[in-house]
Ligand binder design. Structure first.
Ligand code: SF4
Ligand code: SF4
Length: 523
């Protein structure tokens, strides 16, 4: 079966995946080749050059790229023996074990990312070639995500030394971190079990993986449809600026270029970034997207994302939003400490969307009738300022599951009642997906992310009986761990949880009681 054997439902303004019947058809197309066939394995890669690890896609566990393989052929960056073996299995009706993330979802009768990722243009357009491969080919990706190093000036609570040199520095200075220490099998490492000296190539060191990357990149560049730079903090890596210079000199009209940044680097680096961004955003690539992260409001956000200056974050966010033709997406990594100020964060996001996103449903009318449809610049003017993007500002709400003590499922029912449900209501009331007001409020898919998290948290109250072993393992132990974690961080960093989160005092008390219960059970 080939791609054109299927009647796809097309809407030029939307991803193919926005129509469920398309994704089901992709699933049929894939299964026609094999039960574990997935186009992402052949087209998408995430590489962490600071440690020399790679995975394809980002779900399977990373594996180390053997140095000897890239010394023989730099194309091994995306064609390790490990990856070729997984591709061979997919082409011969097998399911590679490293993709168990998808197999578990499919075992419950649902469509997995195997179908969603394979529906993306950068994957699906290659289908008819890939079905004829053997798995031995040296392939070029169409979707490349790369982290050049772990250099970062922040140490967010949910991050660690693999991704942040600031975390590494703190662990070296203040020692490794454990929770429930001395409590037998409950004792757990938080950070610091790693060999901090050899974990990452330093930003300034010679790195054979980065060297191989720059031999490989010019060869694959013209076929790339997505190039995304992550970190660490990418603006602290000279390779990021080298990439931007490369793009400025080598336009690629098919390319979506994106960078994840914490918006918190020193001013000199920020200015350098803005200057380079201006050179590429309008006519060197198909589109530029800047991803950033924040998931709480004000000092609560600063408590979670150590090193963040929240006011500076907002200022730089608006600087990007008003630059024109740059899409800005906030990834709000929802965790238990997000709960109490998430609505405030959403309120600000809504204000930004109303200010900078345009109503694409009314563009034609604005051009053809003398009415005014909004305050400030017209939709047509905003669209002119951002021709490459239908939706310049967006929000994604990934759910933090690790470390497990930051998972919002350990929150108390009171927090759900007082904050989580009101924030959910707020977002749902401000979600618009109709043909009169498009893209000036939250999108359906944005709201669904929060709904999934809220549904999940409510299902915990519904299905986990307090006092049972399941409750102890899922709620009590992680709360006890969080109690230790917050106290240790407060001592090490000079912060004070209860001063920043007074509305969470009852929850903190519940965590303290959980720790006492764990102690009494350990005796
Ligand atoms: S099967 Fe799933 S985990 Fe494996 S590459 Fe595809 S999307 Fe990723
Ligand atoms: S800014 Fe990103 S890389 Fe740095 S500590 Fe935070 S999450 Fe980790």
């Amino acid at each position: 079966m080939l791609k054109n054997d299927i009647d796809w439902i097309y809407d030029k303004n939307r991803e193919l995946t926005s129509d469920p019947s398309n994704v089901e058809n992709v699933n049929k197309l894939l299964n026609n080749k094999g039960c574990g066939f997935c186009l992402a394995k052949f087209t998408q890669v995430t590489m962490h050059l600071g440690t020399g690890h790679v995975h394809s896609c980002h779900h399977p566990k990373m594996h180390k790229i053997p140095l000897v393989e890239i010394q023989e052929d730099h194309r091994a960056l995306f064609n390790t023996k490990h990856l070729k073996q997984a591709r061979k299995e997919m082409l011969t009706d097998q399911k590679p074990s490293e993709c168990d993330y998808c197999w578990r979802i499919e075992a419950d009768g649902n469509l997995s990312d195997r179908s969603f990722k394979s529906s993306k243009t950068w994957a699906l357009n290659k289908h008819d070639d890939i079905v004829n491969y053997t798995g031995e080919e040296n392939l070029n990706p169409s979707y490349l995500e790369v982290s050049f190093s772990n250099a970062c000036n922040m140490s967010c609570l949910y991050c660690g030394p693999e991704f942040s040199s600031k975390w590494t520095e703190d662990l070296k200075q203040k020692g490794p971190m454990k929770v429930l220490e001395g409590l037998g099998e409950n004792e757990r490492w938080v950070q610091g079990w790693q060999d901090l000296d050899t974990l990452n190539y330093k930003n300034r060191d010679e790195n054979p993986y980065v060297e191989a990357f720059w031999k490989w990149f010019p060869e694959i560049y013209s076929g790339l449809e997505t190039y995304r730079i992550t970190g660490g903090e990418p603006l602290m890596s000279k390779e990021t600026f080298r990439s931007m210079d490369w793009i400025a000199e080598n336009p690629n009209e098919k390319l979506d270029f994106s960078i994840n940044t914490n918006l918190s680097v020193p001013d000199k680096l920020w200015q350098k970034f803005i200057e380079k961004l201006k050179k590429i955003k309008n006519n060197k690539v198909k589109g530029v997207t800047i991803f950033t992260s924040c998931e709480a409001w004000g000092e609560r956000a600063e408590y979670i994302r150590r090193g963040l200056d929240f006011e500076l974050f907002k200022t730089r966010y608006e600087e990007l939003a008003s630059l024109g033709n740059v899409k800005v997406v906030v990834m709000a990594a929802y965790n238990v400490l997000s709960i109490s100020s998430f609505q405030q964060f959403l309120e600000w996001q809504l204000e930004m969307k109303k200010k900078y996103n345009f109503n694409s449903a009314l563009l034609w009318w604005e051009d053809n009738v003398p009415f005014k449809f909004r305050e400030g610049p017209s939709n047509v003017e905003l669209k002119k300022n951002s021709p490459s993007h239908i939706l310049p500002l967006g929000i994604d709400i990934p759910y933090v599951r690790h470390p497990r003590f930051l998972d919002a499922q350990i929150s108390t029912d009171q927090l759900v009642q007082d904050f989580m449900i009101p924030a959910m209501n707020y977002m749902a009331y401000n979600t618009i997906d109709n043909k009169w007001m498009m893209h000036t409020s939250f999108e359906l898919n944005e709201m669904y992310k929060l709904k999934q998290i809220t549904d999940h948290r409510m299902s915990i109250t519904h299905s986990i009986e307090p006092g049972t072993p399941h409750h102890y393992k899922t709620i009590i132990l992680p709360r006890a761990e969080l109690y230790d974690f917050l106290n240790t961080k407060d001592i090490r960093d000079g912060t004070n949880f209860l001063e920043v989160f007074p509305e969470m005092a009852d929850f903190y008390q519940a965590c303290k009681e959980a720790k006492e219960l764990v102690i009494s059970k350990s005796k």
